[in-house]
Design a protein around this ligand. Structure first.
Ligand code: ATP
Length: 371
């Protein structure tokens, strides 16, 4: 396994900053680069592959600086969404092409290598076929195989499954994860699909507007988002947010919304006061059919049946929010219901900066780590 390290990488196109001051380390894992369209994901990959020069910063591979090396000198393979296969060649020729031009392997060794990777991707019976005779899913397998046949130290994937149908996509996700696991090759996978990121990544790096917002295992970025952008970007339906006033009283910390006590938190969880944004995930809100039972009463606006569960849109005054309930819950528009926001599921964010307000305990932990 070889470590890829980006240090303070910035890429500008004229006045446009596509990537800003990005530092990341990836080593033998599958890191997903996630973010909305235009946030700089592809540019980051292209800089790593050497297809774009970086404006500032350095890229190191296995301890060697590769920032100014040509793409062919980087031992990095990249796969694009549009496959980019040679249409006049057979599958086998496509897969062997890179080996022929970038290694001194004999024809027999090249054939053995292609066979090995074809087995891995289950495309052995396609080796003699022309590219035009393949389905979209088969083309994508060939493109992935062609990239891996050269034993790259880093594998870069730019939305490789975007043009496949949902079922095939899901199967390919699992296969790709298994193959990456088996080979242990350092991999960066770009997507704007948060579900794909959460299911595939050993870690997920979230970008917005060229800047890294947070990096961590899927569970951590989902459960402990560093800021409002990450909180809103991850999760479907997305996190509910309320502008609250936080005050400390005898019993701890209270978050007031619209003149009501919306949530109560133990003071070891938060010691802030003043304006803040309270976030709570739809699946974490506790629903009560009886409006008297919740800490706040709300009105049902829409009930969307999803199969195993339902998404209820509720309103408090003119503020609407979503709650996930079991499909067996019978609630109709206009019904009065109750909700409770459990303290352990409350996320608080600074009203001005959007940064997460950390608990005193977490802050102390971070300080200890920094020593
Ligand atoms: P998508 O998911 O839509 O592919 P992305 O996150 O991959 O988006 P990039 O393609 O990296 O985003 O683009 C980041 C920013 O850089 C965008 O504002 C884009 O317009 C700009 N950009 C990318 N390539 C160039 C280029 N060659 N010249 C000028 N601007 C560019």
């Amino acid at each position: 396994m070889v470590e890829l390290a980006l240090k303070n990488v910035t890429k500008r196109f004229g006045d446009e900053t596509a990537v800003e001051d990005l530092s990341l380390r990836v080593d033998g894992e599958l890191l997903v680069l996630l973010g909305p369209s235009g946030c700089g994901k592809s540019t980051t990959l292209r800089c790593i592959a050497g297809l774009e020069s970086v404006t500032e910063g350095t890229i190191r591979l296995g301890g060697q600086t590769i920032t100014d090396r040509s793409p062919s000198d980087r031992s990095i393979a990249m796969v694009f969404q549009d496959y980019a296969l040679y249409r006049t060649m057979t599958v086998e020729e496509n897969m062997a092409y890179g080996l022929k031009h970038s290694t001194d392997l004999s024809a027999t060794e090249r054939q053995r290598k292609v066979q090995e990777i074809a087995d891995l991707f289950d495309i052995t019976e396609l080796l003699d076929r022309g590219v035009d005779e393949l389905s979209g899913g088969q083309k994508q397998r060939v493109a992935l195989g062609r990239a891996l046949v050269r034993d790259p130290e880093v594998f870069l994937l730019d939305e490789p499954l975007a043009s496949l149908d949902a079922k095939l996509r899901s199967r390919m996700r699992t296969e790709l994860q298994q193959i990456q696991d088996e080979l242990g090759v350092t991999t960066i996978y770009v997507t704007h699909d948060q579900k794909e990121a959460m299911t595939m990544g050993d870690r997920v790096a979230i970008l917005d507007d060229g800047r890294l917002q947070q990096v961590g295992p899927p569970n951590q970025v989902y459960r402990r988002p560093a800021n409002l952008f990450v909180a809103n970007f991850l999760g479907s339906p997305s996190m509910n947010t309320f502008e609250v006033r936080v005050a400390v009283d005898r019993d701890g910390t209270v978050c007031r919304y619209d003149g009501r006590d919306f949530a109560r938190l133990p003071s070891e969880q938060v010691d802030a006061s003043g304006e803040a944004v309270l976030g709570v995930r739809p699946e974490d809100v506790v629903f009560h059919a009886d409006p008297e039972r919740g800490s706040v009463a709300a009105t049902v606006v829409v009930n969307e049946f999803q199969g195993s569960d339902s998404f209820l849109t509720l309103s408090i005054g003119d503020r609407q929010f979503t709650v996930v309930v079991p499909a067996s819950v019978q609630s109709n528009p206009g019904d009065r219901v109750g909700v409770t926001v459990p303290p352990e599921h409350v996320h608080l964010f600074d009203a001005e900066t959007g940064e997460a307000i950390r608990s005193p305990r977490d802050r102390a932990k971070d300080e200890r780590r920094a020593l």
